[in-house]
Design a protein around this ligand. Sequence first.
Ligand code: NAD
Length: 299
Amino acid sequence: MERIGFIGLGIMGKPMAMNLIKAGYSLTVYDIRPEPVKEVVAAGARPGTSSKDVASQSDVVITMLPNTQDVKDAVLGPNGVIEGARAGQILVDMSSIAPLAAKQIAAELQKKGVEMLDAPVSGGEPKAKDATLSIMVGGKKEVFDRVERILRCMGSSVVLVGEIGSGNITKLANQIIVALNIAAMSEAMVLATKAGVDPEKVFQAIRGGLAGSAVLDAKAPMVLDGNFKPGFRIALHIKDLANALETAHQIGVPVPLTSVVMEVMQALKIDGKAMDDHGGIVQFYEKLAKVEVRRKKAK
Ligand code: NAD
């Protein structure tokens, strides 16, 4: 079995690393924060001292970091993966980053003979824990074939969509659909609530119809409970929509609805809600309409 290095043990990375340990892989792990490293080491991983150290002890390195710059730092920066890596090794970056940056990082690694796949995920913390993530992969087929078994220990859907960068293009498409869905749900639920209709009944009545969705099923109950604990932070979704807007404009695609939801998220950020779950988008509408979408208390 390949020796795996895992860098970035946050909300997503920690449960993903745990699932690899459960599947019997030997892991060396690193995070700039010591607490999650301790937890994963207690479950059987070895601690690495840097991204370079992790790379030098592994055959396949996985990164799960917040954004483009963090991946560049951990992979190409001082004491980064590239310094410890050798020809034939594979980096699988599972973070959601700018597609162009994924291509640039891959080109730098290629100079050393190191292969790369961009393999961002969808599904959030619950699916990271259950190993049922959707994983969208960009890169060479022969490299994908070498790591598919490893990816299947973290996800129930693993699809090679195209060349390097395609994984993150697919993820941007995913994030546009999710953001617009949450905004649509929020707008509709605020309307129903202010009209005096019980929002929980509205949810139950429509979830089996055409308006039903994975987003509605995941986020409506959180909204009804007023629970905006992340999950997926508004700050991270702002990062994804910034990448979507930038990429769309670079290739000549207007994305009018994405830009509206981006401004909604910017307003929430200014209102101190950047660290809330993206289900917290409803708070923007609630503030405008002066009503809260919450479960009716049993009398
Ligand atoms: P997070 O902020 O919880 O975790 C990131 C981890 O990376 C942190 O533990 C941080 O300390 C570590 N880190 C940052 N820079 C580092 C560096 N240079 N070297 C080593 N460690 C470093 O983020 P997350 O929610 O786990 O998300 C990770 C990625 O997955 C993001 O790109 C996000 O957009 C994507 N994603 C998240 C979710 C979700 O629901 N949280 C869902 C799908 C995709």
